[in-house]
Design a binder for this molecule. Structure first.
Ligand SMILES: [Zn+2]
Length: 187
């Protein structure tokens, strides 16, 4: 997934987004936050997995999550993997994550350098984008080539609003064509 969204709409005080953000704020106040931070991002991932599984009511694919700390390393792996999550589109710019899907195992790679920059700027925006990224890539693992990028984005934002406990403005759903170009090689 290639884009960063600003969480600048009305966020209900009792929403999951607020609760997660407050949790993360407490963690980041600690001098030694690394362990708790790792647990937080793992926990959020498992929550997203459980939510998607529950919504789709279908068998859960095996998914491995890999955080890549350095942008250059992420780009190397992204280039090396001959295909992207959706296998038909190629990203136009920097991506925050992608999924390599297969029958046996799916791996979601996360580009943590831009995500860390986002976190230092605004915790709510970070949580919002991380949840969006997780749900989006998890959906790719379920659907592989059955749904195209736009269908996956539409479903991502539908589930994301419900998951975070708020209604998202319709215009928030990104347009796949803004971020991806079709590449015949991957058809
Ligand atoms: Zn995608």
């Amino acid at each position: 997934m290639a884009n960063v969204k600003q969480a600048d709409f009305d966020i209900p005080k009792n929403s999951k987004l607020t609760l997660y953000s407050l949790q993360l704020m407490d963690i980041m106040k600690k001098t030694d936050f690394q362990n708790d931070f790792n647990n937080f991002v793992d926990h959020l991932f498992l929550d997203c997995c459980a939510y998607v599984k529950n919504h789709l009511n279908s068998e859960e694919p095996v998914i491995k999550l890999v955080f890549i700390a350095k942008q250059a390393e992420y780009e190397r792996i992204e280039k090396q993997s001959n295909y992207y999550s959706h296998q038909r589109e190629k990203p136009k710019g920097q991506t925050l994550g992608f999924a390599m899907t297969s029958n046996l195992e799916n791996v979601i790679y996360l580009n943590f350098e831009p995500l860390t920059r986002l976190m230092l700027k605004n915790l709510q925006t970070f949580v919002f984008n991380l949840a969006a990224l997780y749900i989006h890539e998890i959906l790719h693992c379920y659907y592989r080539s059955i749904k195209d990028e736009q269908e996956t984005l539409d479903l991502t934002y539908k589930l994301l609003g419900n998951f975070l406990g708020m209604s998202l403005p319709k215009e928030m759903t990104p347009k796949a064509s803004d971020f991806y170009t079709e590449d015949n090689l991957f058809r």
